[in-house]
Design a protein. Structure first.
Length: 278
């Protein structure tokens, strides 16, 4: 399979590479790949359009013929959050693949039984869907989403998991904020100098360098915790690593979320739902 490596500039100005597999260079054959079901919708009277975040093809939409009526072929495997092995036939020149088969790996049943966990997991998928373009994202993004869902399923609905997820998603999409040092003079966030989160600058600025523009004063304790989240390897092995003190939760959420503002032209439905839960 031919793969293009694109080098593009993120909002912070940092350059990064990401895999993109355009339809025009994908052979007309079947590919079997692990995937997370991101969303699904009815198409006509019997079919479904399913968006997958896959390990090998990035984010890709496929049509599952007869999925609305099937009692054997696609039963319970095309539900949101499910982890599957999907067989996709990708056609050259088309952005829509055919879903030829789908085998269940894991169905996070507990998410449906816990409203807060469900809301958190919905946020993970919706944010990923909005930040990642079709046919973009590599194995790391798939693993990030897979492990975030697993952490939420097997542990508590921990706000720190969302903050760590968000920071790693920003890194993988080329928008990682610089939180450890002033973006202009290099003063460390741990120096005791007042630090301001400046979304337009892609990180923090000290009080001397703040200048004009919208900026938010950040407490040192919250910055240190967010920096720790950036440096931690994100996987599903131990959710305790992402614990966030209740006194830090609101500030941490506000500081991280401001870095998504330029990319989210409309509010996330899942975020409004989370806010309604308190």
């Amino acid at each position: 399979m031919s793969t293009q490596i694109l080098t593009v500039a993120g909002r912070s100005g940092a350059r990064y590479s990401k895999e993109r597999v355009p339809a025009s260079v994908i052979p007309h054959h079947e590919t079997i790949t692990p995937a997370v079901v991101v969303r699904t919708r009815a198409f006509g009277e019997s079919d479904k359009i399913v968006t997958f975040l896959t390990r090998d093809l990035g984010k890709i939409a496929g049509i599952a013929k007869g999925a609305q009526r099937s009692k054997r072929r696609f039963v319970n495997v095309l539900e949101t959050f499910t982890h599957v092995d999907v067989t996709l036939r990708v056609r050259a020149g088309s952005d829509l693949a055919f879903v030829n088969a789908c085998v269940l790996r894991d169905a996070p049943i507990s998410l449906a039984r816990d409203l807060v966990k469900f809301a958190y997991a919905s946020y993970v998928l919706e944010l990923t869907d909005r930040m990642v373009r079709e046919r973009e994202a590599g194995p790391e993004t798939y693993e990030l989403v897979r492990d975030a869902i697993a952490l939420l399923e097997n542990g508590d609905a921990e706000p720190g998991v969302l903050r760590a997820f968000e920071l790693h998603l920003l890194r993988l999409t080329g928008y990682e904020p610089e939180l450890a040092h002033c973006r202009r003079c290099g003063t460390g966030s741990a120096s005791g100098v007042a630090m301001y989160v400046h979304p337009a600058r892609g990180g923090v600025l000290c009080g001397r360098c703040r200048g004009d523009g919208r900026a938010y004063l950040a407490s040192q304790a919250v910055l240190e915790r967010l920096i720790a989240f950036q440096r931690l390897h994100f996987d599903a092995s131990d959710g305790e690593r992402f614990r966030l003190a209740p006194s830090m939760a609101a500030e941490a959420r506000a500081l991280v979320r401001c870095f998504f503002a330029a990319n989210l032209t409309a509010p996330l439905a899942s975020e409004r739902f989370l806010e309604s839960l308190g």
